[in-house]
Structure formats: structure tokens, C-alpha cells
Design a protein around this ligand. Structure first.
Ligand SMILES: [Mn+2]
Length: 290
């Protein structure tokens, strides 16, 4: 218990005041959902897109919110303490939501596994669980877990899931440079990009393999579907009669999974939602001006 109460953002939770927000909380009409799932936020790293997530949290509300793991990146924090004010803003918003009556279920992942020791406990209204069963409005049972449980099966090419477009583009550029040098040295062309392409193809097959493994395991446990995170790839698809849902991440994709009041599920791509909102605002400004 000591380790957790010593963390700066979890002490004195009762004394939270609005004016302590770094980015002031937006008050007003919020889009309401029955359930929200978010994961792989990686607070404590530079990769975390906290500003986008704050915008998301200030524009949506729900009866229940599941934090599906890798919320705080303990691995990185242990090496180097990086904690900007905006990361506090995210934690405060989540704690405040719990205080206002939203059911908040936190399922720690592998990067925040230090919270797994508190399974079954509740802090400031946030329930900590190893996994959960969610029942949708249309009566389906969904198993909710982070997804690293399947790493032992997937271990072989785990890192490949994180080969992103940026890395790929960089490799392509590097390929040009490497071959310019090789040419000058009188060496034959050697395709670094071909190797990279092969790796990316492996990443794609890694993702679909992961999805199949997770859906298969969920099916074996007799549920109708499964919600997870972990591989930073938002998805919604039916596999062997089991509904597979992945809520994505807030490092690259900035996605959330939501359940509407009637049980309908949707993946929200928040960058697109912001663009839509801004286009709408520009339009109404034009209308007013006309
Ligand atoms: Mn993970």
C-alpha cells in the first residue's frame, strides 16, 4: 500500500480542486456512451499523446470506463522520471470521474504490472482487477483483459508489432544512404528496404495471429467476445464466432472503443473526431458571418 500512496498523483485525492488542472477541464455537453474502453496510454513517456486524450475525456462521458492496461509506463519511469503536468491532468480527470459516479475499472497491463498486486482493491473509487466480464446492453458477455497474457504464445516476434510507419519510412531512407555508400565502395546493391518490408509483413501477420489467439482463448472460456489492448492496433472483427475488440492506444493511433446505449460497439479515432468538430465549428462561424 505504501508504494502507491507515495506516488504524487494518488496522494490527497480528496483535496483535488479544479484549479489544480494544468489544462482546465472543459465543462459542457458531453457525448454519452454506455461504456468506454481505453488502454496503452503510456503515461510517463514522451510518446504518450496526453493532450489528445484530455480532449477526448473532456468531450465524452459514460456509465462505465475500463482502463485496459499500460496506463502508466512503469518500465520507463523506473529508468527515467518523466512526468509533465499534462500527465497529471489525465490521472486527475480519471480519478474525478470515479468520484462523480462513473464506474472506473482499472486492469493493469505489463507496463504497469506493479499495480497488479492491488487486484481486488479500490482506490478513490477505481476498482483494480486482473480481468473483468462486461455485459453489453444487448446481453453479450465480453471478457476484458490487457492481452499480454498471450505473450508466451506470441513471444517469437513480439517486437514486430511495434514496427510503425515512421520506422519503415526511416528505413527506406536509410536504404538509399546505405546503398550510395556501398556503390562508392564498389559493393553490389543490398536491399535494406526489402528486409524491412519482410519485417513489416511479419508485423501484419503477427497482429492477425494475436487476434486469432485471443479470440480463440476467449471462445474457449465461453464468452461472446473479448476486449483487449496491448498490441496498439484498434480493431473490431468476428473471429470463429467470437467478437474481437481492441481499443488501440494513445501513443500513435489515439483510439477508444465505445459501447452505445443499445449495445452497438464502435472504435473512435480521436484525431478524426477533432478534425470533424473543427470543420463543423468553422462552418457555423461562416454561417454566422454570412
Ligand atoms: Mn502492453
Amino acid at each position: 500500500m505504501n508504494a502507491i500512496t507515495r506516488l504524487p498523483f494518488l496522494s490527497d485525492v480528496e483535496e483535488v480542486a479544479d484549479d489544480r488542472f494544468h489544462i482546465p477541464e472543459r465543462v459542457g455537453q458531453r457525448r454519452r456512451y454506455r461504456t468506454i474502453w481505453i488502454s496503452d496510454i503510456h503515461l510517463g513517456t514522451r510518446g504518450c499523446n496526453a493532450t489528445m486524450l484530455i480532449d477526448f475525456l473532456d468531450n465524452v462521458d459514460s456509465d462505465t470506463i475500463y482502463l485496459v492496461g499500460d496506463i502508466i509506463d512503469g518500465w520507463r519511469l523506473k529508468k527515467r522520471f518523466y512526468w509533465p503536468a499534462s500527465h497529471n491532468d489525465v490521472v486527475w480527470r480519471l480519478m474525478k470521474r470515479a468520484k462523480r459516479g462513473t464506474r472506473v475499472v482499472y486492469i493493469p497491463g505489463n507496463h504497469d504490472e506493479m499495480f497488479r498486486q492491488f487486484t481486488g482493491m479500490s482506490f478513490g473509487g477505481v476498482e483494480i482487477r486482473r480481468k473483468a466480464i462486461h455485459e453489453t446492453a444487448d446481453g453479450r458477455k465480453l471478457l476484458v483483459l490487457h492481452g499480454d497474457e498471450f505473450d508466451t504464445i506470441m513471444l517469437a516476434h513480439r517486437w514486430l508489432a511495434f514496427v510503425g510507419d515512421a520506422a519503415y519510412t526511416m528505413l527506406m531512407r536509410l536504404n538509399v544512404a546505405v546503398n550510395a555508400v556501398r556503390r562508392r565502395m564498389g559493393l553490389p546493391y543490398w536491399s535494406l528496404s526489402k528486409m524491412a518490408k519482410h519485417k513489416v509483413k511479419n508485423a501484419v501477420s503477427f497482429i492477425s495471429r494475436f487476434e486469432e489467439v485471443v479470440a480463440h482463448e476467449a471462445g474457449a472460456r465461453g464468452v461472446d467476445g473479448v476486449v483487449c489492448g496491448h498490441i496498439h492496433n484498434a480493431e473490431m472483427r468476428q473471429i470463429e464466432g467470437v467478437a474481437y475488440y481492441n481499443d488501440g492506444d494513445w501513443v500513435e493511433g489515439c483510439t477508444a472503443l465505445v459501447e452505445h446505449g443499445d449495445g452497438r460497439m464502435e472504435v473512435l479515432h480521436w484525431a478524426d473526431e477533432i478534425a470533424k468538430r473543427e470543420a463543423g465549428e468553422a462552418q457555423s462561424r461562416e454561417r454566422l458571418a454570412a
